[in-house]
Design a protein. Structure first.
Length: 106
């Protein structure tokens, strides 16, 4: 599949996909003789994963770490779950800080 079709299927812009490639979140896909990028199903799954976890508030460096765990395929559930729990704790702490700040300001 070409980049425009992939972008539409995953709900990303073409520029976002290129950005993820430049920042090593996904491998650069092979190209056709005409120079077009060719994506496969695993690329679509990776992009969908990146989109989901970025929507949860993960930074690019954190996403890169999650992808490396995912790529190992050696029972990544426990390490991924720990990272998700850590992120959730961070978000809860930020919410708590915001709530205490707004209480003090009223």
């Amino acid at each position: 599949m070409q980049i425009g079709i992939v972008a539409k299927n995953v709900g990303l812009s073409v520029d976002a996909i290129r950005f993820y490639e430049r920042n090593a979140l996904m491998p650069r896909p092979p190209r056709t003789q005409g120079g077009f990028r060719q994506y496969g199903q695993s690329d679509i799954e990776t992009l969908a994963f990146i989109r989901r976890v970025q929507g949860l508030g993960f930074k690019l460096s954190e996403i890169r770490g999650l992808l490396s765990l995912r790529g190992r395929r050696m029972q990544p559930c426990a390490p991924v779950r720990r990272r998700l729990q850590t992120k959730l704790a961070d978000v809860r702490q930020k919410l708590e800080n915001c709530e205490s700040w707004s209480v003090n300001c009223t």
